[in-house]
Design a protein around this ligand. Structure first.
Ligand code: WAQ
Ligand code: MG
Length: 274
């Protein structure tokens, strides 16, 4: 069967070699120019202004496309950072991640997970049992690419999220990324909070819980953040995980549900036990 050729567009921007912004898209040929434009506008708005903006455009013509459904979305009514982190930690432990591994991930995200002290361009990969970091390059991390909403699903999710008061573009992007990551082999869960000093929300995501949002996971004016992907090390093939995250093409072709918000003490109810 013939399908329209899709293109992967990646943007990364750096200031004196330090990562400041990145984004990825999968689009049809007629949307390339518009996407590149919006990505450069976004990079140039960053403070500090990047010295370098790299845009990569690749044809995905030969590659199979996997269609998946977006994770369901639920918000936890935890109003401050302490309650948010504690509830996120309970949830991650409910998914089988050792307390020490959760702690280790949170410490890293809070101080900037790169060994040099800053944020990483990609994610940490953390052994859910021991907390050990497994990503091959700890300065850079593993970056998930080649995922996006299909045009139809994008229109639908945008309407749904807006209807639920979730209007920030970061939510649509993070939900897409979390959906790709959750479908990865051997991934138990992901923990994320933004590195932007004016954005405090974060999430725990997994196939069993969906995308569980916490309105505050970090202090104000803090520009440290990142992503931790917890894996079950037994049988893990790191190169297969890497290939899936970086090379396999995932289009989110249908939306999930927006569920009723949860109180922090009921956080474990978000875990599907089927
Ligand atoms: N693959 C792996 N890691 C990534 C990627 C990627 N494609 N993109 C970003 N990261 C890592 C990187 O270390 C960044 O420093 C960090 O994540 C944070 O990225 O529901 O905005 O773009 O309200 O700042 C989550 C909550 C927002 C949204 C996340 O992340 C909501 C966010 P940012
Ligand atoms: Mg950011």
């Amino acid at each position: 069967m013939n399908r329209e050729t899709l293109y992967s567009i990646r943007m990364r921007a750096a200031h004196h070699g330090q990562h400041v912004s990145g984004a990825e898209r999968v689009v049809s040929a007629d949307k390339i120019d518009q996407s590149v434009h919006s990505l450069t506008v976004r990079a140039k708005r960053k403070i500090p202004h990047p010295h370098q903006i790299v845009i990569t455009i690749e044809s995905l013509q030969e590659l199979p496309v996997r269609a998946v459904t977006a994770l369901d979305v639920v918000t936890v009514n935890a109003s401050d950072m302490t309650a948010g982190r504690s509830s996120a930690s309970t949830l991650l432990q409910g998914l089988g991640i050792a307390q020490a591994a959760v702690h280790q991930a949170m410490v890293c995200l809070a101080r900037g997970p790169a060994p040099s002290g800053g944020n990483m361009r990609g994610a940490m990969i953390i052994d859910a049992e021991t907390g050990r970091r497994l990503e091959p390059d700890q300065e850079r991390g593993l970056r998930a690419t080649r995922f996006d909403w299909s045009d139809e699903a994008y229109g639908e999710v945008d309407g749904m999220l807006t209807g639920a008061g979730l209007t920030h573009f970061r939510i649509r992007e993070a939900l897409a990324l979390a959906t790709k990551v959750a479908h990865a082999p051997h991934v138990l869960a992901e923990l994320c909070w933004s590195d932007d000093s004016d954005y405090f929300a974060g999430y725990v995501a997994s196939l069993r819980t969906g995308y569980v949002r916490f309105p505050v996971l970090k202090p104000e004016h803090d520009s440290h953040g990142g992503r931790a992907i917890f894996v079950d090390r037994i049988g893990l093939d790191m190169s297969a995980l890497r290939r899936y995250l970086q090379q396999d093409v995932v289009l989110i072709s249908s939306v999930g549900a927006i569920r009723r918000s949860l109180e922090p003490e009921n956080i474990l109810e978000s875990i599907n036990t089927d």
